[in-house]
Design a protein around this ligand. Structure first.
Ligand SMILES: *Cc1c(COP(=O)(O)O)cnc(C)c1O
Length: 401
């Protein structure tokens, strides 16, 4: 097992800055991988470091963000939600991106890295299917073959996204292992990568070994960069609070990274609380412990012996026992506050935003809305909520009244 030394490091990765970075966030992060992956991940880290300094790479990335994804996404003043809650609330509309969520920001970035590395094959894991769709889309855009690993249970409950992945020309590989959900899909994808280290592993969240947390954080930082400029333009001041839901942590770090240095901005992460008990939850930062899991050192849900356990959330995209090492660092340093939101509160918020604003959020994003509505109640605060995705995939699930 290869480990890096753990030491204090830079935590911001805005699109405009060029950083040298060894992959740790405080005590967290690093790279805990079998020897066969040491070289491929070092090559990837070196390639990424040189590409972020390459203006032609950033130009190409921004071209696809604008012309293919449809960025910048609007910062939308949610008037009726604001009146209902008693604060001034803006929604960062990642739901309006091509393919319906923030995942595409990262996939466009990674496919351009893969292309420059001459990758012959893309591999990706998926839970709810949003990352599978975004990865298959990016692979189709560049004409690179793509394999998507998905748990058999998720394949059954996310039929719409399964059809989309196939239509986009990707090969869907089901796994029956374990609970046949996201954690198992990641294990199988990592196993395939270990056997085929010349493939390009397109990781969907801010997790896994270095350089993935940094790379994903960088490609998602466009959310926070835009939101900060947009709120300053329209309100002439920074928000007092910002909110995002937390699965692995990629949409949240995207928004948060724009405001980390603005110490007056309160930062809130909404975890998939499930029933908010130790036995039934996906709230990793609330109920987990620091552990090595799937290539990185961060919080993880574990049993009494310290072994990673299954998570539970109504939102497939939040249903993961691990979490980004950067969020672990932000929690321990008290820069951000992480609070579990129960399944039932998320369902209420899913209905509330649909009726008040004519916007049906993903059930994942609904967790952020529920938390914001609670924290901001009658506080007359200025706030931004990241609407990480649209709820089309969730309307069939009897969540309506
Ligand atoms: C995947 C997903 C999430 C959770 O993943 P993060 O990496 O924590 O952002 C949240 N919302 C939507 C819509 C998703 O598709």
């Amino acid at each position: 097992m290869e480990t890096t030394t753990l030491k204090q490091d830079i935590i911001v990765s805005p699109l405009s800055e060029m950083l040298t970075f060894n992959g740790t966030y405080g005590n967290y992060g690093g790279s805990y991988i079998p020897d066969v992956l040491t070289k491929p991940l070092e090559d990837l880290a070196n390639m990424f470091d040189s590409l972020v300094k390459d203006p032609s790479f950033n130009k190409e990335y921004i071209h696809y963000l604008k012309q293919f994804v449809g960025r910048p996404s609007p910062l939308y003043y949610a008037k009726r939600l604001s009146e209902y809650v008693g604060s001034t609330i803006y929604l960062k509309r990642e739901d309006l991106n091509h393919t319906g969520s923030h995942k595409i920001n990262n996939c466009i970035g990674q496919i351009l890295v893969a292309k420059r590395m001459g990758a012959k094959e893309i591999i990706a894991e998926t839970g709810a299917g949003q990352h599978g769709v975004a990865a298959a889309t990016a692979a189709a855009l560049m004409g690179i073959p793509c394999k998507v690993f998905m748990g058999a249970k998720d394949i059954k409950r996310q039929a719409l996204n399964v059809s989309r992945i196939k239509l986009l020309g990707a090969e869907l590989i089901p796994t029956e292992m374990g609970t046949a959900t996201l954690k198992d899909a990641v294990d199988i994808a990592l196993g395939y990568y270990i056997d085929h280290p010349s493939s390009f592993y397109m990781l969907g969240s801010q997790v896994g070994p270095h350089p993935y947390p940094r790379m994903v954080g960088y490609f998602q930082s466009v959310i926070g960069q835009e939101a900060r400029n947009q709120i300053l333009n329209v309100e002439g001041r920074l928000p007092q609070a910002i909110f995002a839901c937390i699965g692995g942590g990629s949409n949240a770090i995207g928004l948060f990274s724009g405001f980390l240095n603005d110490t007056e901005v309160q930062i809130y992460g909404a975890e998939g609380g499930g029933e908010a008990t130790k036995e039934n939850t996906a709230a990793t930062l609330t109920f987990g412990k620091p552990t090595i899991f799937q290539g990185t050192y961060s919080y993880c849900l574990v049993d009494n012996e310290g072994n990673p356990i299954e998570s539970h959330s109504i939102a497939a995209g939040l249903d993961y026992p691990g979490i980004s090492p950067q969020h672990a660092y932000l929690k321990d340093s008290n820069r951000a506050c992480y609070i579990p939101v129960t399944d039932n509160d998320a369902i209420d918020a899913f209905r509330l935003l649909s009726k008040l604003e004519g916007i049906t959020p993903a059930i994942e994003s609904s967790h952020a809305i529920a938390l914001a509505a609670k924290v901001l109640k009658n506080k007359e605060m200025l706030a931004i909520i990241n609407l990480s995705g649209r709820g089309d995939k969730d309307v069939d699930r009897d969540l309506e009244e």
